[in-house]
Design a protein around this ligand. Structure first.
Ligand SMILES: Cc1ncc(COP(=O)(O)O)c(C=O)c1O
Length: 384
């Protein structure tokens, strides 16, 4: 798909206008149930857990954007990931990246373990060494690329080739780059998941999860999981997400421009020990990112030097808000050790490379100079 086609799809994709009065915006079908014209005849909408007309527009939209055959909308990213893991049977194993999202780690470690589904950490950034990690029990490999919060990049096409040789599915969490910058399905992945709460929604006002699939048979099976588990997205939230998606491209371009300027400003600065941003030519993930994505996104992390108080640094920020989440128009600062990855035990955090001095920034659309001045002030105020 060309950039031009994508930009058009974002605005005009799954919905043209509504039939009754030509509205250009999808109506919010709050109805839970629908008249059955004849008993025993299948109709597209009978009960909103199975399918709802507003949610269906959104589900078609994510399928189009990710170049898949079907889409599914859930009440949160975690509800979407939970439903995906329900595709696997007892005795199966899922391979996961080193610094995967803390909530996904908790879901596997505390809950899916109870159902007899095991998980193992592998280095997804090294496709060659992955070959020996697959076992006859491996059902899937989960990719987050870039990862949260260290922005490590995995080669989706290479990992998919290895996984498929071993009969395993590839699940790509595409939250950080969104389909605007990266589309894992045409690169080889089988399932894409999103915390749509982030870039797709984009305004910090809707919690949602989306899934897109490539294979009709798998999508059919997954549709049953969605109906059975029932963690679906409400009609109003589906509408909000559809609205957010229309400006995805504009927001991501602006946020990435801001993030690139900030990453450059931070690099080599006194008080910063290391910057993690795959948009920088010096970043180890830069070349692979360039191969599979059209932009580096607006998340970056850095190690604050011990010459600064981490607490003071966060408390001195006036525009960039210390808060959970990312991907919206407001810039946010996260302390992964106590926020996004607090559910990961300290020894595991250390293994993942998440130190207590790591700062993750999710850059928004504010003025670039104001954001840099805010960081400058925090560096000055937190110096010991
Ligand atoms: C990469 C990633 N995946 C999944 C999730 C979970 O999404 P949600 O908070 O919408 O449940 C998050 C949340 O931060 C995330 O960062």
């Amino acid at each position: 798909m060309t950039k031009d086609e994508l930009e058009t799809l974002l605005v005009r994709g799954a919905f043209d206008s509504e039939e009754a009065c030509g509205a250009l915006v999808p109506p919010i079908f709050q109805a839970v149930t629908f008249r059955q014209p004849e008993i025993g005849v299948e109709i597209p909408f009978d009960y909103s857990r199975a399918a709802n007309p507003t949610r269906s527009v959104l589900e078609r939209q994510i399928a189009l954007l990710e170049e898949g055959c079907a889409g599914f909308a859930f009440a949160s990213g975690m509800a979407a990931i939970t439903a995906v893991f329900f595709l696997f049977d007892e005795g199966g194993e899922i391979l996961v990246p080193l610094d995967l999202y803390g909530g996904t780690y908790r879901l596997l470690d505390v809950y899916f373990k109870k159902f007899g589904i095991s998980w193992r950490i592998v280095d997804t950034t090294d496709a060659a060494s992955l070959e020996r990690e697959f076992s006859p029990e491996t059902r899937a490999i989960l990719l987050e690329t870039p990862t949260n919060p260290l922005l490590r990049v995995s080669d989706i096409a290479e990992v998919s080739r290895v996984a498929h040789r071993h009969g395993a599915l590839v699940i790509a969490d595409n939250t950080f780059l969104s389909p605007y910058f990266q589309r894992p399905l045409p690169l080889g992945a089988d399932i894409v998941v999103h915390s749509a709460t982030k870039y797709l929604g984009g305004h910090n006002d809707v919690l949602a999860g989306l899934v897109a699939m490539k294979d009709e048979a798998l999508a059919e099976r997954f549709s049953e999981v969605q109906k059975a588990t029932g963690g679906v997205l409400a009609p109003f939230d589906s509408y909000l997400l559809l609205r957010g998606i229309k400006t995805l491209g504009l927001r991501m371009e602006r946020e990435t421009e801001n993030a690139t300027a900030i990453a450059r400003w931070l690099s080599g600065r006194r008080g910063v020990e290391r910057v993690y941003y795959p948009g920088l030519e010096s970043d180890p993930g830069h070349e692979v990112l360039k191969k599979q994505a059209t932009g580096a996104g607006a998340l970056l992390s850095f190690e604050l030097s011990p010459a600064h108080s981490i607490k003071e640094f966060f408390m001195s920020l006036k525009i960039i808000t210390p808060a959970e989440s990312l991907g919206a128009v407001e810039s946010l600062a996260c302390h992964p050790a106590t926020m996004s990855h607090a559910s990961v035990p300290p020894e595991m955090r250390a293994r993942m490379g998440i130190s207590d001095r790591l700062v993750r920034l999710a850059i928004g659309i504010e003025g670039q100079d104001s954001l840099i001045a805010d960081l400058d002030r925090a560096f000055a105020a937190s110096a010991l």
